[in-house]
Design a protein around this ligand. Sequence first.
Ligand SMILES: NC(=O)c1ccc[n+]([C@@H]2O[C@H](COP(=O)([O-])OP(=O)(O)OC[C@H]3O[C@@H](n4cnc5c(N)ncnc54)[C@H](OP(=O)(O)O)[C@@H]3O)[C@@H](O)[C@H]2O)c1
Length: 176
Amino acid sequence: MARFSGKVALVTGSSSGIGKATAILLARQGCKVTITGRNTERLEAVKQEILKNGSSENDILVVPADLNNESEQDKLIEGTIAKFGQLDILVNSAGGAFFDSEGKTGVMQGIDVFDKNIQLHLRSVVMMTKKAIPHLMKTKGEVVSVSAIGADHHGKLVKVIENVYFMDLKMVLSKK
Ligand SMILES: NC(=O)c1ccc[n+]([C@@H]2O[C@H](COP(=O)([O-])OP(=O)(O)OC[C@H]3O[C@@H](n4cnc5c(N)ncnc54)[C@H](OP(=O)(O)O)[C@@H]3O)[C@@H](O)[C@H]2O)c1
């Protein structure tokens, strides 16, 4: 039996890069997957690749969504439960590098870049995890969040907040 048979995963950022590779690999290992991102053409291409690898239409859900929008976050969780009836794995992989329009980096960047980073890389991860918790508690599920080596050096505040949050999450999920 495939390693993830009977499991359901929601992979953010699965229209590209690490999230895409993760969704394809999970599906190949028998997992049902919800794939998401904002770019519908790329999502369709990922879906076709998953189908080519042997999954059926019943095993894939495509939900185009902007993770900065809370009602679109709800659409992702609710759509996954409506289609598959459960959630076992949440992979938070959406993200990317935001550049200052003047090419400045670090503390010299405009505060709008900082705000965008916090919104997508921290707030949306926390919100998606909070929304997934009731379903993950039922399945004794798991959360995987993709971070960055750079977070150790440049993003310490984000890292500390994430660490505290995920330590608490571990306690919440282990009490199931
Ligand atoms: N690759 C690296 O070397 C590296 C290094 C350090 C950290 N990371 C981290 O690893 C994660 C994945 O990186 P990657 O290289 O796979 O990036 P990528 O290929 O650029 O993919 C990023 C994914 O995030 C999605 N995304 C971005 N903004 C979004 C939004 N507002 N709402 C919904 N989806 C959004 C994109 O989808 P759409 O464009 O379709 O919306 C895309 O699917 C990121 O969190 C990144 O910060 C990567």
